[in-house]
Design a protein. Sequence first.
Length: 392
Amino acid sequence: MIETDILVVGAGPAGSIAAKHAALGGADVLLIDKKSEIGSPKRCAEGVSKEGLNFLGIEPQLIWAVNEIEGIRLIAPDGTDVWLNDEIKLPEAGYILERKVFDKHMAMDAGRAGAKIKIKTLANALKKEGDSYIVNCESMGEELDIKAKILIGADGPESHIGRWAGLKTGTKPKDMESGVQFEMCNVKMEDPTVLEFYFGSVAPGGYVWIFPKGEDVANVGLGIIQSKADKTAYEYLVDFVKTCPATKDGKIVELNVGGDPVGGMIKDLSDDNILIVGDAAGQVHPLTGGGIINGMTCGMFAGEIAAKSIKKGDYSKKHLSEYDKRCKDLLEDKMKKYLKVRDYLESLSDDELNSVAAAFQNVEFKEISTAELVKKLVKVSPKALLKLGKLF
Ligand SMILES: Cc1cc2nc3c(=O)[nH]c(=O)nc-3n(C[C@H](O)[C@H](O)[C@H](O)COP(=O)(O)OP(=O)(O)OC[C@H]3O[C@@H](n4cnc5c(N)ncnc54)[C@H](O)[C@@H]3O)c2cc1C
């Protein structure tokens, strides 16, 4: 049996940053992951905002921030496109990551801050014993029990840790986007610094993205809500890639599949001796499906609060609920609004999306953020005004 103050299960971005800040707070921390290589395989289109990294105090490094983004292009079902790049401020602009390198670097940061790391260590079960959790693991092929005063569940979208501890962490099928993606070369993008988003029946309940990683390399993928679709996500992607001029001659070098919980945060993020972070807690932007920055920000809060609890010797829900408060103050309102926007966008037919794109041709954008886009949408579409007018 190994004993530690804080055990973090899952060395994705949310878990690694939680481990880092818990260690910086003076706690004895162990970070485990079932993978033999942290970060691989990736399940991500790899887009992050500069603002987000900045807030987290993370300096971009060329080795993992592989392409800088300068704009976005929105494409309606009939091909009408809206370019948002020249002379427009893009507060959410950022980088395309190489997640396999980024995730490993974030784990290294945790290690450098003092956390211990165990790879190829799968959490199988847990039980409460007094004021601790005992987590039963399989580590490098051997059984291992780990006793921790505080457990941080950072085990991603399929999360078990929270559920095993009695928290309601499940995502309803209608809120779980099925994501599938090819990393491709020979992609003929119009501008390899611009993110492309395709809307409508190409991806019911979601959208198709082309996120450029280099001159001719891109993540080409989509997310759909399966109950709104009549094919699998993979079939939608194959059809898209075959017909889109940018990708039809592309060569696939990687396939990524994964779920993205876009239904909002779980109600209780903590309980006695436990905190849940990242995708496991539903800390994903309901509209974009982006979860790296939200998960890392909340992971940072979790690490700081867990370390404070260790110092105080109080691991009760009452003390740990400061974590719920900080996450909810940061995300809850925004998430509620964007869930409504998502429902609205999902209700639009291809024809209606074409009309919105046509109306956008005459709109001047000075700054582009998700909020600004919704504000402009409300201006050009009476239906949007009716449904979303009061939100932004
Ligand atoms: C197709 C797709 C595209 C996406 N694109 C973007 C994007 O462009 N930008 C963005 O911000 N977000 C994107 N996301 C979402 C983003 O990938 C996640 O929000 C992010 O990875 C969440 O980080 P995390 O640390 O919470 O979980 P994860 O990154 O999933 O990490 C969880 C870790 O826990 C480990 N683990 C799980 N169970 C156990 C266990 N029992 N024992 C030990 N270890 C365990 C896993 O091995 C994994 O390493 C995308 C998601 C998908 C599916």
